[in-house]
Design a binder for this molecule. Structure first.
Ligand SMILES: [Zn+2]
Length: 199
């Protein structure tokens, strides 16, 4: 039996089982994001079996990622690539119309990174006085993710695909639309990133 994270969400207590271990790349990426953001207070990181379909969330200084949600998101991102095997035993992916090969591991790592950066963005917003409620707050977190991505030199094509798949397309939304998420991320990469120290 693993540990459980209990969070207070409005009036409700929600309980999430944690995964026994956090994959090592996630810890390294989390540390790189924190270094780049220079936060006064470190958020804690928890890897959950599932974040209730939300991929990840930030609440009370806790950044939580849902493993099953991340794998599901990664698979949706990978559906944009055509498969091609190489002699090197791993299975790279060939992007449609672009000779740009990436491995499934690279796609998964980038999906996790951008979700992490978004969730840390909520911490940063609170600590830097940029916190906003609702969708406006989600947009701030996406802009923060763009700043981090630029500072750390992440692949913008994978980030944008991931954010597009995290965008809301339903009738009632708690998160911005796919196009708004990508536009905020790209705008921050271009115009805000130079002010953030490279890690
Ligand atoms: Zn968010």
């Amino acid at each position: 039996m693993g540990d459980t994270v209990v969070v207070v969400n409005g009036q409700r207590y929600e309980s999430y089982p944690m995964t026994p271990t956090i994959p090592i790349g996630v810890v390294n990426d989390f540390e790189a994001i924190l270094r780049s953001a220079e936060l006064r207070c470190r958020p804690r990181l928890a890897m959950l079996e599932s974040a209730g379909g939300a991929v990840g969330f930030h609440i009370g200084g806790l950044v939580a990622l849902g493993e099953r949600d991340l794998i599901d998101l990664g698979q949706r991102v990978m559906s944009h690539f055509a498969w091609r095997r190489t002699p090197a035993h791993h299975v790279p992916l060939l992007r449609f119309g672009n000779p740009n090969l990436v491995t499934t591991d690279e796609v998964m790592q980038q999906v996790v990174r951008i979700v992490l950066a978004h969730e840390v963005g909520h911490s940063w917003a609170i600590q830097s006085g940029n916190h906003k409620a609702g969708i406006a707050g989600e947009r701030v977190a996406d802009q923060f993710a763009g700043m981090i991505a630029q500072a750390l030199g992440w692949r913008s094509d994978l980030d944008a695909l991931t954010l597009a798949h995290m965008g809301c397309v339903g009738p009632s939304c708690s998160h911005p639309s796919p196009s708004t998420r990508v536009a905020d991320y790209e705008h921050a990469r271009r115009f805000i990133a130079p002010y953030l120290r490279a890690a």
